[in-house]
Design a protein around this ligand. Structure first.
Ligand code: KIV
Ligand code: NA
Length: 268
């Protein structure tokens, strides 16, 4: 079976079938997700999740490409979407195209994602017209942490609601096949997700169940991250699981119980 494409996800909205998505940065985890997800996002959250950075701003295009290559190797069915990191697309639509082309050429991924609303509609159209499927991302956009003054939920007040709705419409009109709605108060997210003028599929994270699909950061939902936002439901407790295994290993090595005979090689 061939890999899903951006156009297949766009169809899901019309069919009313939910779009399932998670993030992954590694071949092995992506491989587990592959049977269950429609798309896997190689998110720039990898800067914080894998590297302990305080924001996503230091993430480079090279880092994204290396992890996207790993995720492509580990999967065969899901669409792989790759985040454009801060500084790789904002200066001009030409810069955005050159960065996006590198990602698609060097990884084989099927789409890119970029953060921003109406201001980036021009860029979204430029990329789409040139063969790059684009997923938008509005609301709480982590690359704008410095101008937002923190990781803040968006959509409080009528002005903010109107801005977010016009951002979603602009990105959708420009040809984005999907839009991530992150950290947006529920009624506003719902208004966008049910807006007939937004033809792009809406993917929620801290948004609303009315979205066409949902995404979470894998390490957050698995309970591996040290702390996760309120919108994350814990579907696992990997942190405790890993700690238990490591504690037992340390104990057994200390006491000489590991390795046992079955873990050693007899001479021929
Ligand atoms: O970087 C990321 O993981 C993301 C998702 C949270 C949507 O952009
Ligand atoms: Na991201």
């Amino acid at each position: 079976s061939r890999r899903l494409r951006a156009v297949d996800l766009a169809k899901r909205k019309a069919e009313g079938r939910k779009i399932i998505a998670l993030t992954a940065y590694h071949a092995h985890t992506a491989g587990i997700l592959d049977a269950y997800c429609d798309f896997i996002l190689v998110g720039d959250s990898l800067g914080m999740v894998m590297h302990g950075m305080e924001s996503t701003l230091p993430v480079t295009l090279e880092m994204m490409i290396v992890q996207a290559q790993a995720v492509m190797r580990g999967t065969s069915r899901s669409l792989v979407v790759v985040d454009m990191p801060f500084g790789s697309y904002e200066a001009s639509r030409e810069q955005a195209f050159l960065s996006a082309a590198r990602v698609l050429k060097e990884t084989g991924a099927g789409a890119i994602k970029l953060e921003g609303g109406a201001r980036f509609a021009d860029t979204v159209a430029f990329l789409t017209e040139r063969g790059v499927p684009v997923m938008g991302h509005i609301g709480l956009t982590p690359q704008s942490v410095n101008t937002m003054g923190g990781f803040k939920v968006q959509g409080h007040g009528a002005g903010d609601e109107a801005r977010l709705i016009s951002d979603a419409r602009a990105i959708s009109d420009a040809g984005a096949f999907a839009i991530v709605l992150e950290g947006i108060v529920e009624p506003v997210a719902r208004a966008i997700a049910t807006d007939p003028a937004v033809t792009a599929a809406t993917i929620g994270i801290g948004a609303t169940s009315a979205c066409d699909g949902q995404i979470l950061v894998l390490e957050d939902m698995l309970g591996l991250s040290e702390r996760a936002p309120k919108f994350v439901k814990g579907y696992g407790s990997l942190r405790a699981h890993i700690e238990g295994a490591v504690r037992l290993y340390a104990e057994e090595v200390r006491e000489g119980r590991f390795p046992a005979d079955e873990h050693t090689y007899a001479p021929r």
